[in-house]
Design a protein around this ligand. Sequence first.
Ligand code: HEC
Length: 92
Amino acid sequence: MMSRMILITGLLLLSISVSAEEAVTQTVTAEDIFNTRCTICHQRPEPDMLSPMQWKMILNLMQIRMKQAGMPQLNEKEFEMVQTYLMQKAEQ
Ligand code: HEC
C-alpha cells in the first residue's frame, strides 16, 4: 500500500515537472531570442533599420559569425522565429 502511494506521488511529480518545462519553452518568443542572442557581440540592432532582404542576408552572416566565435548558432526553429519577427518589423 505504502509503496504504491510513493509510486503514484512520483508519477504525479514527474508529470508536473514535464508540463512546467513545456510551459517554459512555449513562452520563449522571437523577441526574447532576438534580445538575448543578438546582443552578445554588439548592441541590439533596431529591427526597422534594415529591409527584409537585408535582414535575410545579415541573419545568415550572423550564423557564420556565431560559428566562427565558437558559440551555438540559432537552431532551425530559433532562426525561423527571429527571421519572421524581423520580416514583420523591418523597414517597409
Ligand atoms: C558571434 C558574435 C555575433 C553575434 C552573436 C551576432 N552578431 Fe551581428 N555582428 C557581428 C559582427 C562581427 C558584425 C560586424 C559585421 C561583420 O563583420 O559581420 C555584426 C554586425 C551586425 C549588424 C550590422 C550590419 C551592418 O552592415 O551594419 C547587424 C544588423 C547584426 N549584426 C545583427 C545581428 C543579429 C540579428 C544577431 C542575432 C541573430 C546578431 N547580429 C548576432 C557579430 C555577431
